[in-house]
Design a protein around this ligand. Structure first.
Ligand SMILES: [Zn+2]
Length: 172
């Protein structure tokens, strides 16, 4: 996660909870300035750019399709998450497997509709689990589902004017 330390936050974190519609206005800087041509394929994960958005390929792709890495794969390769969910406290450690299975399940649901929203890595240390994502929506979905299931304390911190979210959940 070294790149995170190299790039300081532009502004203090905004603790206000923004709505999803509002979040959709924020552009991921990893999205290319110039939109890929229709039919471009990500050589790493296989998503296809069609009608202005990336989608999962539904049929075999033509041999000579244009190739370009999607924003999710570029973030994965550079280990630069757009979202971080930190789960703290003994409860998270003790229920590690259930919690991570839940997070993976939420990722599956989210990813079907939004192929660039993914879990990129999971880190663990003595008192926390950290889920890194390629987008700013999945962390909130995971955090809210965990809170709905296991209660505990949840807060969000969106970086104002940036494409980054930090979600913290804890339970003693
Ligand atoms: Zn990709």
């Amino acid at each position: 996660m070294k790149s995170l330390n190299l790039r300081p936050m532009q502004r203090p974190m905004d603790r206000r909870i923004a709505g999803r519609a509002q979040l959709d206005q924020i552009l991921d800087p990893y999205e290319l300035q110039q939109k890929p041509v229709n039919g471009t394929v990500c050589p790493q994960c296989g998503v296809v750019f069609r009608d202005g958005r990336w989608e999962w390929a539904s049929k075999p792709l033509p041999q000579h399709a244009a190739k370009e890495l999607c924003a999710a794969c570029r973030r994965i390769n550079e280990r630069f998450p757009a979202g971080i969910v930190r789960l703290k406290g003994p409860f998270a450690r003790e229920h590690r497997n259930e919690i991570l299975a839940m997070a993976r399940h939420q990722e599956e649901i989210e990813k079907k509709e939004h192929p660039l929203n993914r879990i990129m890595s999971i880190e663990e240390d003595a008192d926390s689990l950290t889920i890194n994502t390629t987008d700013i929506h999945l962390p909130r979905r995971i955090g809210e589902t965990i809170k709905r299931t296991w209660r505990g304390k949840l807060d969000f911190a969106f970086e104002e004017n940036g494409y980054f979210v930090r979600v913290n959940w804890s339970r003693e």
